[in-house]
Design a protein around this ligand. Structure first.
Ligand code: NAI
Length: 460
């Protein structure tokens, strides 16, 4: 029986980025909300993903700065990485954000239900013996780190989950998968002093990015002595005491002290009652339309369980969208292509919109691209970083449809890039904006000046 108090306008299953954003926005809009979470509000992003990994990457940057002081005329030396200290710092960051988030759950008028929920009908979520009834249901159960058949996680074979709590820095690391997680961890391990080899099946690292970005990253990683074996597929991985041996399909073998498996994240949708309730799934993902509606009326899905970019900020945006949709606000659907992407390895990668190849396909052969080299950017020279800003201009409309950046701190530039692509700006529109000097942001301005036919510190 549903207690009268357990009737809601919406019941949200999962308290990660997508779920809690939906809960907060719905509560703000005066809806009665139940949020069900089996572990900790904040989900993967806060506890096992974005936040802890970026803390590790920042510690990695500090290690590199200590090594490289002499480059700037400052006498520093790198001694060692104390993982206990790194974890204390990382966990301190998580702890403060978690506390803040718990406070927000309390201050919004939300019924927070701790426990494992299950969809028991298109209008009910059951948690233990409690039945929560919702006029609407939002599925937001997130994703998990996948592995490959025959590669069993345990001991020295880990996913990003275990890699976040290592007690020591391994001497030699093999990273399986040169996607986002793979290159971020490769960057961390290398800065922490490990010898790193990436094994990637596709012909290039970060294969979803523009080809020029992959090339520059591979060059930078080579300089950092990170080995990238591309076009290399794993045949098997075996544990032997404290060592792991990886055999590639080519027959080559590699040994290491740690194997990090980073071959993608799968949706958490098994055994949750989704299929039984009639929800259409595709390879485990929940199929939705552009308004986040599943195949069952009144049931929505947001975040990593929905096919597409698996990014926390996409989850937030979808969660907010669904809350507003349910409240009758008729929000504009989210344009997947306008979602900014940042990979926080060193050098950092930031992009939004179409790659040059995709733009050429969509907007014709007259599509052009301009690469502004950070060599001409004062602030980048001060930071001693290398890279570029690449702007892609559609052949048919003349608008900027893609921006691709690589170099230290370039993630911070993605905001303006997103506005440019989102507003389908013409290079001339951007060329009239004044970019502060000396900032890395000027590189974005310079690229547009060049595309508008009036280069300042660049050749046309
Ligand atoms: P991914 O899909 O980005 O990369 C996985 C890589 O593994 C691919 O390049 C794939 O070709 C390779 N691979 C698969 N099977 C292989 C095999 N047998 N041998 C060798 N290579 C193989 O997935 P990843 O890096 O695990 O990340 C999961 C998700 O989390 C992504 O969607 C990513 O966008 C998201 N994420 C985002 C971050 C960010 O925005 N900064 C940070 C970390 C994760």
């Amino acid at each position: 029986m549903t207690a009268p108090a357990d009737n809601f306008d919406l019941v949200i299953l999962g308290g990660g980025s997508g779920g809690y954003a939906c809960a907060f926005r719905a509560a703000e809009l005066g809806l009665r909300v139940a949020l069900v979470e089996k572990d900790k509000v904040g989900g993967t992003c806060l506890h096992r993903g974005c936040i802890p990994t970026k803390a590790l990457l920042h510690a990695a940057e500090i290690a590199d700065s200590a090594r490289e002081g002499a480059k700037f005329g400052v006498r520093t030396s790198f001694e060692s990485v104390d993982m206990t200290g790194v974890h204390a710092y990382k966990d301190g960051v998580i702890g403060r954000l978690y506390k803040g988030l718990q406070g927000l759950v309390k201050s919004h008028d939300i019924t927070y239900v701790e426990g494992t929920g299950r969809l028991t009908s298109p209008t009910t979520v059951t948690v233990g013996d409690r039945v929560l009834t919702g006029k609407n249901i939002v599925l937001a159960t997130g994703s998990y780190a996948k592995t490959l058949p025959g590669v069993e996680i345990g001991g020295r074979i880990v996913t990003s989950d275990q890699a976040l709590t290592l007690e020591d820095v391994p001497g030699r690391v093999i990273v399986l998968g040169g996607g986002v997680i793979g290159v971020e961890f490769a960057s961390v391990f290398s800065s922490f002093g490990a010898e790193v080899t990436i094994v990637e099946a596709l012909p290039r690292l970060v294969a979803a990015e523009d080809e020029a970005i992959s090339k520059q990253l591979e060059r930078a990683f080579k300089k950092r002595k990170i080995t990238a074996l591309t076009g290399a597929r794993l045949a098997s991985a075996t544990r032997d005491g404290d060592e792991v041996t990886v055999t590639l399909e080519s027959g080559n073998t590699l040994t290491a002290d740690l194997l990090l498996v980073a071959v993608g994240r799968g949706p958490v949708t098994d055994d949750l009652g989704y299929a039984e309730a009639g929800i259409t799934l595709d390879r485990g993902y929940v199929v939705t339309d552009e308004r986040c509606r599943t195949s069952v009326p009144g049931v929505y899905a947001v975040g990593d369980i929905v096919p597409g970019l698996q990014l926390a900020h996409r989850g937030f945006a979808q969660g907010v969208f669904v809350a507003e949709e349910i409240a009758g606000k008729d929000p504009a659907p989210i344009e997947e292509s306008g979602i900014p992407r940042v990979t926080y390895c060193d050098p950092e990668i930031a992009s939004v919109g179409l790659t040059e190849a995709a733009a050429r396909e969509k907007h014709g052969d007259a599509t052009t691209a301009y690469d502004y080299n950070l060599g001409g950017n004062g602030k980048s020279q001060i930071l001693q970083t290398q890279g570029f800003v690449k702007v892609v201009r559609a052949g048919d409309t003349g608008a900027v449809v893609g921006v691709h950046m690589i170099g230290a701190r370039m993630g911070e530039q993605v905001g303006e890039a997103q506005l440019i692509v989102g507003w389908e700006a013409l290079p001339d529109d951007v060329a009239t904006l004044i970019h502060a000097h000396p900032t890395q942001n000027e590189a974005l301005g310079e690229a547009h000046l060049a595309l508008a036919g009036k280069p300042l510190h660049a050749h046309a």
